[in-house]
Design a protein around this ligand. Sequence first.
Ligand code: EPZ
Length: 419
Amino acid sequence: MQKLIIKGNKELSGKISISGSKNATLPILAASILANQVKIKNIPMVQDIFTMIDLLNFIGLKTKIIKKKNTLEIKKPEKKVNTLAPYKLVKTMRAGVLVLGSLLTKYGKAKVSLPGGCAIGTRPVDLHLFALKKLGAKIKIKNGYIFAEAKKGLKGANISFPSISVGATENALLAAFRAAGKTVLKNCAIEPEVKDLIKFLKKLGAKISLKGRTISIQECKISNSKITHEVIFDRIEAGTYMIASALLARKELIINKVNPKNLKSEIDVLKKIGIQIIKKKTSIIIKKGKKFKKINIITKPYPGFPTDLQAQLMVLLTQVNGTSKIKEDIFENRFMHVPELKRMGAEIQIKDKTAIIKGPTKLNGAEVMATDLRASVSLVLAGLVAETRTIINRIYHLDRGYELLEKKLKSCKADIRRV
Ligand code: EPZ
């Protein structure tokens, strides 16, 4: 099994270009089931994307990856269509459940595996099913699968989500996109990734408008023409490297290919901690940090501070003066990185949903184990700060979502290698 070996405590300098967003690409790939022919650019070449492509191939779509150009071409199935998302593909990547909405819209039926548990929480799909039922789908759960049917098509409805979910909003959009009449979705997730899906669906002919957390969708016809779409940048990858820069920049680090408007909460939090940040049109410059100040944070749906950056921020908070707190308000079990960070010398206590982080503490290298994507990258950040060598095991988690991680860090003079 592959490992990462990091020799820490080295200053970083240079530029990092941010890849396309994994979490924007996944629903757009699910939406491609609805199209005749699409070309998607700026796709990150990471494992979760390959798993979703495998799922599209399994369903019967024709895909062609052009790795060097980070582009994927997709054509509609020529003959046989499988309206099935099997367990083996959905269990490794929960976003597979997003094909449910598209398959129902296009073929009037779908059989999709329930994703099951996950390292960061139970992550049910009840909100997805709640919306699909309101749109008129008949849903049964049997043998670990969701059986959904809408033989006469879906019908527009007024749906108010009891709580905010990114995936449920996306699945509802995919299902409501052609539903008869009008659909109004209230209390939606409005992450930039959801907005990118809306942009893609509009190219497909969708009539969608967004106001606050309300999305209105008018019945429409699907366009048959070829669609080209460029995926937005990965704001979580950008946030991860912004934190690495804050911790280790020699003078400054430049993060390229971003839109600072989508990083407002991240920039605000880093500025409160005392990090100097210069915003340009498509880049961000992070200056070498001096004295860091403690902070209390609660993770929230966008535009709040993202749960996907909680573990990385925690590493930064081990280096600030004073005791900081992070309340994880999205997932119930997203502190799996804490025992590993403690093994590296961090002083962190968990009380219910809150991590209490004492700083500054010296981090020492250790052999540690990655548990999920963001927990893993927090260990990379800790390894970059630590005084001695860190070995990170189970790095397949990192490969699910960080494109060219070692290459990008090495180009900034980090001592990191894969064995
Ligand atoms: C998306 O997951 C992201 N994944 C996650 O990225 C991210 O952490 C999460 O949104 C929150 O921002 C993708 O976009 C592919 P949710 P999703 O539905 O859609 C509960 C990463 O590291 N919930 O917004 O699955 C759920 O348990 C990751 O890239 C229900 O109760 O997240 C959670 O507590 C991992 N019932 C909360 O809502 C449901 O039916 C928010 O989850 C659905 C969700």
